[in-house]
Ligand binder design. Structure first.
Ligand SMILES: [Zn+2]
Ligand SMILES: [Zn+2]
Length: 232
């Protein structure tokens, strides 16, 4: 793998990420800088991706920026940056924002086959309610591995509605597949890792994973408080 083409802006965010374990920038001109480097990136609905942009909130940054930071973290073996990038992408997606197929192409071209980023993008695509309305033409030319993984995941995903006996037999089938036990948890149409973001984090020790789970829980509480404050 080659070192991806990197701007000084991304390098700055990367180094900050190493020290602070989160992605942010103090650069007041960040939006402008990213715009110069990445141009006017669109999301899949064609909206302008810089809408609501905030330098301190990576979940408002374009997908391509987050994917590039992950790729850089992969290349330089900085797993704290990969974790921070994954978390920002998950948040971005929770605001129901989808990456473009170009972004997916870029991610697959710059990661290794066992990459958690690849898995996350496959899961997001597969579990998105709009997958059914994806135009066939959009998928032609996508990386084979992406297409194979999407279709395999789709085939193992249990449908929303079916009769009780079909649902039960599908459930016991997927429960027998050990690799998928983690993936198919109680709510079968939920994206794998939706209930446990550490699934995408590649923690090296159990202790690290415990600390991370505690941190995620803490942040969720803080976020809920902030939402309540904004509402009230
Ligand atoms: Zn049935
Ligand atoms: Zn974690």
């Amino acid at each position: 793998m080659r070192l991806p083409d990197t701007s000084t802006t991304l390098s700055e965010i990367f180094v900050q990420g190493l020290y602070h374990k989160k992605l942010f920038s103090d650069n007041r001109g960040l939006e402008q800088k990213l715009h110069l480097k990445f141009g006017a990136l669109a999301n899949r609905e064609g909206d302008h991706q810089y809408k609501g942009f905030m330098a301190k909130r990576p979940e408002t940054w374009p997908w391509r920026v987050l994917i590039s930071l992950y790729v850089l973290g992969d290349y330089l073996d900085a797993h704290v940056v990969r974790i921070a990038a994954v978390d920002a992408m998950i948040l971005r997606h929770e605001k129901s924002d989808l990456m473009t197929f170009d972004d997916i192409d870029f991610a697959f071209a710059n990661t290794s086959p066992d990459s958690k980023l690849r898995e996350l993008l496959v899961h997001i695509t597969t579990y998105d309610p709009d997958i059914g309305s994806t135009a066939r033409e959009d998928l032609i030319g996508m990386p084979n591995e992406f297409l194979v993984n999407v279709s395999m995941t789709l085939s193992r995903r249990l449908p929303n509605r079916q009769c009780q006996s079909c649902y039960q037999s599908a459930l016991s089938w997927s429960n027998r597949q050990t690799r998928y036990q983690l993936i198919f948890m109680s709510l079968r149409t939920v994206r794998p890792g939706r209930l446990n973001t550490c699934y995408y984090h590649e923690h090296s020790t159990e202790e690290e994973e415990r600390d991370c789970a505690a941190r995620v829980a803490r942040e969720k509480v803080l976020e809920r408080r902030e939402q309540d404050r904004n509402r009230g």
